[in-house]
Design a binder for this molecule. Structure first.
Ligand SMILES: NC(=O)c1ccc[n+]([C@@H]2O[C@H](COP(=O)([O-])OP(=O)(O)OC[C@H]3O[C@@H](n4cnc5c(N)ncnc54)[C@H](OP(=O)(O)O)[C@@H]3O)[C@@H](O)[C@H]2O)c1
Length: 274
C-alpha cells in the first residue's frame, strides 16, 4: 500500500483500502461475545471506533479523561443503537495514579477483556511536565499505555483462557490510522488547515480513520496474527527503527524504571514484574 493507493483508495490484498470505513470493514461481524477497552474513546478516531464496535455488539468500555465529552459520545451511540453496551470510566493516561485507579475500577466491573485499544494520544503539545514530572506527550502516548497494558495483561490472559481460544492467546498489533483532521492537531490547527488545502487528497475522514483499528480488532482473517503493523487496513512493513529489537528492549527497560521511580515516590507500590 503506497501513496498511489492512499490517493486513489485502491484496495489492497485484504480487500480494503484507504477509503474503506470502519462500518465497511466490520460489516456482518457479530462481536456480541467481546468486551473492549478503548482509551480516548470520547472523541476523534476513538469515538468512531467505539461507535462502530458497539454497533457490532462489543461491550465497549471507554477510558476518558473528559467524562463530560464521553457522556455526550455515549448518548450519541445509544441514540443510534439502543442496544449498545457502553461503560465510561475516568482515565488520565498522563498520570500513573489515574491509570491504577482506572484498572481498579475496571476490575470492579468483573468483565472479561478481549480487546485493549490503546488509542488516546496528544501531539505537538507545548513542552509541559505531567503530574509525575514526565514530558506530557511521552507520558500520555507511551508510558501511560505501557503501564495500562501491563496492568491489564493478566485479565486478558484469563479471558483468552476461559473463552477457550485454543492456541490463539494474546495477539498484539499496531496501526497507523492515516491523516485525519481531528483535535489531535489542536496545537497546530492553522498550519494543518493550510497544509490540508494543498494536500487534500492525502487526508481521510474519521470513519475512514477508524477503519484500520476496527479491521485489526474484529476481522476474522486476523485471528492469531500478531506483531504486525497495519495501515489502510493492510499489513505494511514498519520503519527500520520500529524493527530494532535492541532499541525496543532499551525502551522497555527505561519505561519500567521510570514507572517504578514514579510509583516509589508516590507510594503506589508498583511491582517490578513486567
Ligand atoms: N489524526 C491523525 O491524523 C492521526 C495520525 C496518526 C496517528 N494518530 C493517532 O490516533 C489516535 C487518536 O487520535 P485522534 O486523531 O482521534 O485525536 P483526538 O481527536 O485528539 O483524540 C485523542 C483522544 O485521546 C484523548 N486523550 C488525550 N490525552 C489523554 C490523557 N492524558 N488521558 C486520556 N485520554 C487522553 C483525548 O481526550 P480529551 O478529549 O480529554 O483531550 C481524545 O479523546 C492518537 O493516538 C493519535 O496519535 C492520529
Amino acid at each position: 500500500m503506497g501513496l498511489y493507493s492512499l490517493i486513489t483508495g485502491r484496495r489492497g490484498p485484504s480487500g480494503f483500502g484507504s477509503a474503506t470505513t470502519a462500518e465497511e470493514v466490520t460489516q456482518g461481524i457479530d462481536a456480541t461475545h467481546l468486551t473492549a477497552i478503548i482509551t480516548g474513546g470520547a472523541g476523534g478516531i476513538g469515538m468512531e471506533t467505539a461507535r462502530v464496535m458497539a454497533k457490532r455488539g462489543v461491550h465497549v468500555v471507554i477510558g476518558a479523561r473528559n467524562i463530560g465529552a464521553a457522556e455526550n459520545g455515549k448518548a450519541e451511540i445509544l441514540r443510534q443503537n439502543t442496544n449498545a453496551r457502553v461503560t465510561l470510566l475516568h482515565l488520565d493516561l498522563s498520570s500513573v495514579k489515574s491509570i491504577r485507579a482506572f484498572v481498579r475500577d475496571f476490575h470492579a466491573l468483573h468483565l472479561p477483556l478481549n480487546l485493549l485499544i490503546n488509542n488516546a494520544g496528544v501531539m505537538f503539545c507545548p513542552y509541559q511536565l505531567s503530574e509525575d514530572e514526565i514530558e506530557l506527550q511521552f507520558a500520555t502516548n507511551h508510558i501511560g499505555h505501557f503501564l495500562l497494558t501491563n496492568l491489564l495483561l493478566d485479565t486478558m490472559k484469563t479471558t483468552a483462557k476461559t473463552s477457550g481460544e485454543e492456541g490463539v492467546n494474546i495477539t498484539v498489533n499496531s496501526v497507523h490510522p492515516g491523516l485525519i483532521l481531528t483535535n489531535l492537531f489542536q496545537h497546530t490547527a492553522l498550519l494543518m488547515r493550510f497544509l490540508k488545502f494543498f494536500s487534500f487528497y492525502l487526508w481521510k475522514n474519521i470513519p475512514q480513520g477508524a477503519a484500520t483499528t476496527c479491521y485489526v480488532a474484529l476481522h476474522p482473517t486476523l485471528k492469531g496474527v500478531t506483531g504486525k503493523y497495519f495501515a489502510d487496513c493492510n499489513e505494511v512493513t514498519p520503519s527500520k527503527l520500529a524493527r530494532d529489537e535492541t532499541l525496543a528492549q532499551k525502551l522497555w527497560d527505561f519505561s519500567v524504571k521510570l514507572i517504578n521511580s514514579v510509583s516509589k515516590k508516590n507510594y503506589l507500590g508498583f511491582e517490578d514484574t513486567i
